[in-house]
Design a protein around this ligand. Structure first.
Ligand SMILES: CC(C)(COP(=O)(O)OP(=O)(O)OC[C@H]1O[C@@H](n2cnc3c(N)ncnc32)[C@H](O)[C@@H]1OP(=O)(O)O)[C@@H](O)C(=O)NCCC(=O)NCCS
Length: 154
């Protein structure tokens, strides 16, 4: 398996669609609204050009198997929090047929190295509480609960 920075947008859109479709069953309360512009060509091109973002693609046997997008943030100090450099995982999708073969872990290892190099002190992400596969995956990689988001539909 080969992991490299994405060199074009072609394989990304399909993986993003696969990830989006997977999240629909978790969205029992209709909170996820379609935002097609967020996988548009211009948006993807901007992601690839942004030095604060990392877009990785994993390939094996000439086929794209997975993608990861991460970004760096600086949180200013506030009354409660010290200033902090954070890396967030924005998307991670391993195509269904290629799961449980270590690709997700390999992508996260690369993203973590990039985040450290970029000065991030913490890596974080949010995911649906119902996505138990991803919860188990991140837990296996050493992630744990940081905050809890509560909501009430009005
Ligand atoms: C979550 C996801 C990225 C994991 O990728 P993956 O390549 O299958 O994960 P890996 O093979 O690297 O797994 C590493 C470890 O994570 C854990 N893990 C991964 N998938 C798991 C699952 N479905 N159930 C339980 N544990 C799991 C295991 O401990 C695994 O180690 P093992 O296979 O030696 O037991 C993948 O299932 C995926 O793309 N899901 C759809 C999109 C998604 O939910 N993305 C995350 C939300 S941002």
């Amino acid at each position: 398996m080969e992991i490299a920075a994405a060199d074009g947008i072609m394989p990304l859109a399909a993986l993003l669609r696969e990830g989006d479709a997977l999240h629909q069953p978790f969205d029992q309360r209709g909170l996820v609204q379609g935002k097609p512009h967020l996988a548009s060509r211009d948006w993807l091109v901007a992601c690839l050009a942004d030095p604060e973002q990392l877009v990785l693609v994993a390939r094996s046997a000439g086929q794209v198997r997975a993608m990861l997008r991460a970004r760096l943030w600086h949180r200013e100090a506030s009354r409660l929090h010290a200033a902090l450099n954070i890396a967030t995982v924005e998307e991670l999708v391993v195509t269904a047929a290629s799961r449980r073969s270590g690709i997700g872990r390999a992508l996260m290892d690369r993203a973590e190295a990039w985040a450290r190099q970029g000065g991030a002190e913490r890596m974080q992400l949010s995911l649906s509480a119902a996505n138990t596969a991803a919860t188990d995956f991140y837990s296996d990689l050493g992630f744990s609960d940081l905050t809890r988001t509560l909501f009430k539909q009005l």
